[in-house]
Design a protein around this ligand. Structure first.
Ligand SMILES: [Zn+2]
Length: 151
């Protein structure tokens, strides 16, 4: 469950890139989506339960895949599932108490789907370009820092 922080630096492009990054991490390593993140306009970070740092090759692979998805200009759409169906389908261990009986699912083409209440771009092309700044590993946590370079 993504938590939406409504601060002045909140950025739909960054947040949408986070969805694509998470799905890319799931597909490459099967260790789940980020459990914690900090999304801001200039640069963002996502934390994953992991067992090591990434190699340079893996960082390049992730950059390549995320940018491929962005360039496909996939539509970002919402749909609503009943709470029970959402819990089953997305293996949610818990939902916020105020989530209610209807859960909002954000789909990025057929690449990603996950429950989220945040604000997103309408299609992935709006994200522009994705670039990992660095990664680090400590206490079983992999941290990926990334930006959306404008040039
Ligand atoms: Zn979202």
């Amino acid at each position: 469950m993504n938590e939406v922080k409504s601060n002045k630096d909140y950025n739909p492009e960054m947040h949408s890139a986070e969805h694509i990054l998470n799905q890319t991490m799931v597909r490459m390593f099967n260790k789940g989506r980020s459990f914690s993140n900090h999304i801001e306009k200039k640069k963002s970070k996502c934390d994953y339960h992991f067992d090591r740092n990434l190699t340079e090759e893996e960082i390049e692979q992730i950059n390549k895949k995320v940018n491929e998805v962005i360039q496909q200009d996939l539509a970002v759409t919402e749909k609503f599932l009943h709470r029970d169906e959402a819990i089953e389908k997305f293996k949610l261990s818990q939902l916020p108490d105020d989530a209610g009986d209807t859960i909002r699912i954000i789909e990025i083409g057929d690449y990603d789907a996950c429950p989220c209440s945040g604000v997103h771009v309408k299609s992935t092309n709006e994200i522009g370009k994705f670039q990992i700044i660095s990664s680090s590993f400590e206490n079983d946590v992999l941290r990926i820092r990334f930006k959306l370079p404008k040039d």
